[in-house]
Design a protein around this ligand. Structure first.
Ligand code: DOR
Ligand code: ZN
Length: 342
């Protein structure tokens, strides 16, 4: 069996900077026509100058792979109080996609995130007026399994207070989030590969798997199944966003393991496996590109990626530029592979 995907997009991707960017960006560019690139660097991408120079570094890091095709980087700013002038200027910037809001301290490199929702109001209002999408890491600081559920009232308030603001609930993990999505036109969501596959049992139920540890943490089987149903049934509000989040091997295989699952190089083969297993391959194109293009009016570079149900062995690690990063399913065989990507 084979499937040809047109212009697959990763609507939520961490590429880091420096050597890790050089190692990981080509792996995304090899399979995807473009990606929404997250701003949680150290320091975060919080002004136009940093956004432009980061976009340039991402482009340079993908150039080698993309000689025959383009890789579109849709860049994001880290949420803070921005003036109307700043927002107008950045909106005009080629490559600019939206603003990512992290509650302070909620995940990797989010110490400078939001503390005061009242102070955020003028910026949110202005984003609504200018048509700038808001992307949200929706977790409270509560008990780890309840963090997303506790955040849902905030999504609800945002959706009602700013009815024209396009709000993306990033990497949703619960049945409650899927349900909320259906209630407001201005909400959409990204879903990761790992949250379609894993429950908390896979992370800590047997032996502990640091390479599957991420935020938000994988939840219950019924939550995973609600995500699966939304993706497989072609819910137009959900888009693939890998949240592929590379950390050096030593930061994962240690005490105090960093949060993040590195899935970029296996994402499309694993999605094809999953959709084929459920007889839903005809909805994969929409999930990995169509829904996002429609929602955001994107016209990604023309690109075709052909996947076939031929096994591939996932490398034990990816190495280069002095970095080592371990992917999900390292050393295992997965049933589908990419056979053509131009
Ligand atoms: O697991 C995660 N890793 N979740 C996030 O929200 C951030 C990401 C990262 O940047 O490592
Ligand atoms: Zn993320």
């Amino acid at each position: 069996m084979e499937i040809t995907l047109k212009a697959p997009l990763d609507m939520h991707l961490h590429l880091r900077d420096g050597d890790m960017l050089r190692l990981t960006a080509p792996l995304s560019a090899a399979h995807f026509a473009g990606a929404v690139v997250m701003p949680n660097l150290v320091p975060p991408v919080k002004d136009l100058a940093s956004l432009s120079s980061y976009a340039e570094r991402v482009q340079i890091a993908t150039d080698g792979v993309t000689k025959n095709h383009e890789f579109a980087c849709y860049m994001t700013l880290f949420f803070r109080a921005y003036s109307a002038t700043e927002l107008e200027t950045v909106r005009a910037q080629r490559n600019f996609f939206g603003i990512k809001l992290y509650p302070a301290g909620i995940t990797t490199n989010s110490a400078e995130g939001l503390v005061d929702w009242t102070a955020a109001e003028p910026t949110l209002k202005c984003m609504e007026e200018l048509g700038i999408p808001l992307l949200v890491h929706g977790e409270s600081h509560g008990f780890v399994m309840d963090r997303e559920s506790e955040f849902l009232p905030i999504y609800r308030r945002l959706a009602e207070s700013y009815p024209k603001l396009s709000i993306c609930m990033e990497h949703i993990t619960t049945a409650g989030a899927v349900k909320l999505l259906g209630e407001y036109e201005n909400l959409c969501a990204t879903i990761t590969l790992h949250h379609l596959l894993l429950t908390l049992d896979d992370v800590i139920g047997g032996s502990m798997h640091p390479h599957l540890f991420c935020k938000p943490i994988a939840k219950r089987a019924e939550d995973r199944d609600a995500l699966l149903e939304a993706a497989l049934r072609g819910n137009p509000r959900v888009m693939f966003g890998s949240d592929s989040a590379p950390h050096p091997r030593h930061a994962k295989e240690c005490c105090g393991c960093a949060a993040g699952v590195f899935t970029a190089p296996i994402a499309l083969p694993c999605l094809a496996t999953l959709f084929a297993r459920h007889g839903a391959l005809d909805h994969l194109q929409e999930f990995v590109s169509g829904n996002a293009c429609r929602r955001y009016g994107l016209t990604p570079p023309a690109r075709e990626v052909v996947l076939r149900d031929e096994p591939m062995c996932v490398p034990a690690s990816y190495r280069g530029y002095g970095q080592t990063v371990v992917p999900m399913y390292a050393g295992e065989e997965i049933p589908w592979r990419v056979v053509k990507n131009w």
